[in-house]
Design a protein around this ligand. Structure first.
Ligand code: WQD
Length: 345
């Protein structure tokens, strides 16, 4: 029997998964990374191991295959919980290819839930998203804000995921879950050893900014300058990925130590601050010293005008709040981009 508690991290080679693996190690857990590498790169494993003091195991598994999923739980003992990140997450892609999203995001979740029952693992942390709120005007959003119809199949898989988990924890009362609703995770580990690693042209704002600044992209298009916001650009709640990773360890420990109030809890993970695209650009220029080449273009289909979190529940119940600033986010994102390019030279 392993002496240290072990945690399975599905999607553990991804942006948030890799940063969470490091924070789990700091909290003295052994980490079992399970990833099919469909949207991540094996090079991330070296970075994670460099930053971890405890055991880090990697299993290249397609979790849509139930037997393969079960094989992980058979192979390792002393598993105290699962943090489930593994999912496709490109909002735009999901509109054009819904079956890929339902097949992967729902079936993988079902296999994980079957495994939790089969191997009697009680604690699940589910990677949810602010996308579950849909096109709400009711800001800042609280965990009680009514979920609206979400434009993307990706968002629907997160809404369904939470509903499936809810029914699961009712049917299996010894099993507990916390769904964490992320806002916009950006930035990188301060060591610049791990960070966001979009394969191909980045969909998200921050990697597009850093790739433009380093000369990989010609010009950043700011999608829309005519929103009803102070500077006309869309507003989001950006949160440092390390803050987000630490919240996962807090949530996991809440379940392991039976501190949860009910069998399925949900928490917003944001800073509570509404930040515009131009705010992010200004912060980036301040922290990097680079003058960014950008132009305001038309809005991107499906984008919301504004969304940001009410963080009261995370602060008062989860006993967690984001500590890092927007400048910490843009500074670390830039340091990571520069390190990445050095490695590629
Ligand atoms: C942020 C802002 C864009 C790129 C998505 C998912 C969400 C979560 C985070 C998974 C928006 C603008 C962007 C660009 C731009 N992912 N932008 N130029 O769409 O808020 O959230 O990623 O959970 O669920 O929906 O993130 O980074 O794409 O956009 O102007 O080249 O930056 O219009 O206002 P988004 P994003």
């Amino acid at each position: 029997m392993a002496n240290r508690s072990r945690i399975i991290v599905t999607g553990g080679m991804g942006f948030i998964g890799s940063h969470t693996a490091v924070e789990l190690s700091i909290a003295d857990y052994d980490v079992i990374l399970v990833d099919d590498l469909s949207n991540s790169d094996i090079s991330v494993l070296e970075g994670i191991k460099k930053l971890c003091k405890t055991e880090v195991y990697f299993e290249n598994i397609d979790l849509k295959n139930r037997l393969a999923c079960f094989s992980i739980f058979e192979k390792y003992d002393n598993i105290k919980g699962v943090i489930h990140f593994a999912a496709h997450k490109a909002v735009g892609e999901s509109v054009g290819n819904p079956m890929k999203y339902y097949d992967n995001n729902i079936n993988v979740l079902l296999n994980i839930l079957y495994a939790l029952v089969n191997f009697d693992i009680q604690n699940l942390i589910f990677s949810s998203s602010c996308t579950v709120y849909g096109e709400t005007k009711d800001l800042p959003v609280t965990e009680q804000t009514e979920m609206k119809e979400t434009a993307s199949p990706y968002g629907k898989t997160k809404q369904m995921g939470e509903a499936i988990i809810n029914d699961f924890t009712v049917a299996y009362p010894t099993h507990n879950a916390i769904s964490l609703r992320y806002f916009n995770p950006i930035g990188a580990h301060p060591s610049a050893v791990i960070g966001e690693l979009p394969l191909g042209k980045p969909e998200n704002l921050m990697p597009y900014i850093t790739q433009t600044a380093i000369g990989l992209r010609e010009c950043l298009s700011v999608f829309g300058g005519d929103y009803n916001t102070p500077d006309g650009t869309a507003i989001r709640d950006y949160i440092h990925v390390v803050d987000l990773a630490q919240a996962h360890v807090v949530a996991l420990n809440r379940l392991i130590h039976n501190l949860n109030g009910k069998s399925h809890e949900r928490f917003n993970l944001g800073t509570g601050k509404g930040i515009s695209v131009l705010d992010v650009i200004k912060s980036f220029e301040r922290t990097s010293g680079v003058s960014l080449n950008y132009e305001i273009t038309k809005r991107r289909k499906g984008d919301m005008e504004a969304i940001y979190a009410d963080t009261e529940l995370s602060r008062s119940v989860l006993k967690w709040e984001a500590k890092l600033s927007l400048d910490d986010m843009t500074r670390t994102a830039w340091q990571w981009e520069q390190e990445l390019r050095k490695k590629k030279e």
